[in-house]
Design a protein around this ligand. Structure first.
Ligand SMILES: NC(=O)c1ccc[n+]([C@@H]2O[C@H](COP(=O)([O-])OP(=O)(O)OC[C@H]3O[C@@H](n4cnc5c(N)ncnc54)[C@H](O)[C@@H]3O)[C@@H](O)[C@H]2O)c1
Length: 262
């Protein structure tokens, strides 16, 4: 599918990997509907990108908030005529914590809920609510493709580190749901793909200490550096454009396998 003149719904689109994705798809002629909690960066980005972009202040852990953003996107699509071509579920958070703390206290359930509600429930809810819109798009090209859903897991889906039980659970679930999602949606001509990045430069990783970053860089094979958001965004674009990518999890990690501890 060509991104040109199609609308992409991008959660987490005000920062990091999802923002780079929005810029990449926008530069390929797409319309981008950005859903994020951060209204300040959201409006800065739409004023920079111009009329082929729209921002909706959204909390993906709230079903009502997603519903409002989808309704807003539906009206926008009606105005522009640029049918929805895909969803990129990029909103995500990390909240490290050992499952059993040093004082023999278990990880608070609130921490687990926080991570699962955004990374897993929020991803599924966004997809679920975008589907009625995507399934009624006019099929495109010889395959009759309607669109693609792109999710973001993490290396933590496969080799999560100490203190990452909740995060790894959320990302492992996203990786696991990719194939059944693709199977459910094949009759509509909608694909589902998950990208699992290792360490990439973003606001999320800016918060890591120098020691943690250095430890991760030591575990890298080649290249020995954090990925750039633009490198992630290029894989999203390839995923949109290459219809044979479906039902799979693509590791984007320079052969890095995360060690148990740093
Ligand atoms: N950067 C990395 O190294 C890395 C590695 C593996 C996976 N990931 C995943 O990539 C995704 C993007 O992360 P990033 O590194 O670009 O981080 P980031 O912090 O730069 O961007 C995340 C965005 O999500 C938004 N967000 C957070 N909670 C939200 C909510 N409830 N509703 C709506 N928006 C919300 C934030 O406001 C922010 O704009 C996440 O799912 C993250 O887990 C990142």
């Amino acid at each position: 599918m060509k991104p040109e003149n199609r609308t992409f719904i991008i959660s987490g689109g005000a920062s990091g990997l999802a923002l780079a994705t929005a810029r990449e798809l926008h530069s390929a002629g797409a319309y981008v509907s950005l859903l994020d909690l951060n209204a300040e960066s959201g409006s800065q980005i739409t004023s920079e990108l111009g009329p082929r972009s729209k921002f909706f202040e959204t909390d993906v852990s709230s079903t009502g908030s997603i519903a409002a953003a989808i309704a807003g996107t539906v009206s926008w699509v009606r105005e522009t005529g640029a049918e929805v071509g895909g969803v990129v579920a990029g909103a995500g958070v990390g909240l490290p914590g050992l499952i059993l703390g040093k004082g023999n206290e278990p990880l608070p359930i609130e921490s687990i809920d926080f991570v699962l509600n955004i990374n897993l429930r929020g991803t599924l809810d966004l997809i679920r609510q975008s589907l009625p819109l995507m399934a009624t798009v006019k099929p495109d090209g010889p395959d009759g493709e309607r669109g693609v859903i792109i999710m973001i897991a993490s290396s933590a889906a496969f080799d999560g580190q100490m203190g990452q039980v909740a995060y790894a659970a959320s990302k492992g679930a996203v990786a696991s749901l990719t194939l059944p999602l693709a199977r459910d949606l094949s009759k509509y001509g909608i694909r589902a793909v998950t990208i699992a990045p290792a360490l990439f430069e973003s606001n999320m990783t800016k918060m890591m200490s120098g020691k943690v970053k250095l430890g991760l860089e030591k575990a890298m094979e080649f290249p020995k550096r954090a990925g750039q958001p633009e490198e992630f965004a290029k894989l999203v674009r390839t995923t949109v454009e290459n219809s044979m990518l479906n039902g799979t999890v693509l590791r984007l990690d320079g052969a890095m396998r995360m060690p148990a501890r740093l």
